[in-house]
Design a protein. Structure first.
Length: 275
């Protein structure tokens, strides 16, 4: 885990399942175990290679969720999904206690927006679990991260930070082959930062770790196209960003609209292979 994508030559597609009442795009839609598992299986049918289950919103301004509540939200969904599907499941959490419970229930990847910095023992727990780890860059924390973020060299600073976090994870015992890097589009970044990170994604890819790119339905799309006020109005921009990330070497894209993204990536790969 993760395994190769269902279409050779394209990035894997991670489908998003938020079991939260307040996520920016689909909060409150999949809060029961049954509806969340059904949603996840719909994404599998649409072509998802990996499913990412989240029980705490990390949208700008989001309030934190208690550990016990987060576990109660995600573990039954992961267990229910594991009973119906044998593919890769990711837990989207910053808390090592939640990651441990999720892996015990069947998760095979820990997607951590704090890059294993939330607690002093996060990296040690990651090594103990032996699952794949996504290390994401975030400047600040969700409640305040969009309050005037500044960088002298956003691409260089993000690259250096993620390399340092990867080295810290390996020092704690995480195998290099299980580490993924995510530049954290929209996490403590203004529009110019997000565009620069996307255009310069190859520099992060060149570090030698697989890169996960996640910009689906994010506000950076509205910043380019002010008519895309609602998150569901941002499909075109989401696909454009996913295709750009794929062209720059991303190994996985995290998206809400799996079927449309998979189709776009298939066509992109077919055109490339015909050249």
């Amino acid at each position: 885990m993760p395994r190769e994508s269902q279409t050779p030559g394209r990035p894997q597609v991670m489908g998003i399942v938020n079991v939260t009442p307040d996520s920016f795009s689909d909060g409150g839609r999949w809060t029961s175990v049954e509806t969340a598992v059904d949603r996840a299986m719909r994404l599998v049918a649409d072509g998802a290679d990996v499913l990412d289950i989240g029980g705490e919103s990390t949208r700008p301004g989001a309030d934190p969720v208690g550990t016990d509540e987060e576990i109660a939200r995600v573990v039954p969904v992961i267990a229910g999904l594991r009973a119906r599907w044998d593919g890769p499941i990711s837990i989207d959490t910053m808390k090592p206690e939640v990651a441990r419970a999720a892996v015990a229930a069947g998760a095979t990847m820990w997607n951590d927006v704090t890059a294993l910095t939330h607690t002093p023992d996060s990296a040690g727990v990651a090594a103990e679990l032996g699952c794949h780890i996504v290390l994401m860059h975030m400047k600040g924390e969700p409640r305040t991260m969009q309050a005037n973020p500044t960088y002298a060299d956003v691409a260089g600073e993000v690259r250096d930070y993620l390399l340092e976090r990867a080295e810290a994870a390996m020092a704690a015992g995480v195998a290099r082959g299980r580490i993924w890097l995510d530049p954290g589009i929209g996490f403590g970044k203004a529009l110019a930062h997000n565009l620069a990170l996307t255009a310069g994604l190859g520099a992060l890819v060149d570090l030698g770790f697989p890169v996960l790119y996640a910009a689906s339905r994010k506000r950076t799309i509205q910043a380019v196209d002010p008519t895309a006020v609602e998150a569901t109005d941002r499909l075109g921009g989401s696909i454009a960003l996913a295709l750009t990330a794929a062209a720059h070497g991303a190994r996985m894209v995290r998206v809400h609209d799996v079927r449309e993204t998979v189709q776009a990536l298939k066509v992109q790969a077919a055109v490339r292979d015909a050249g």
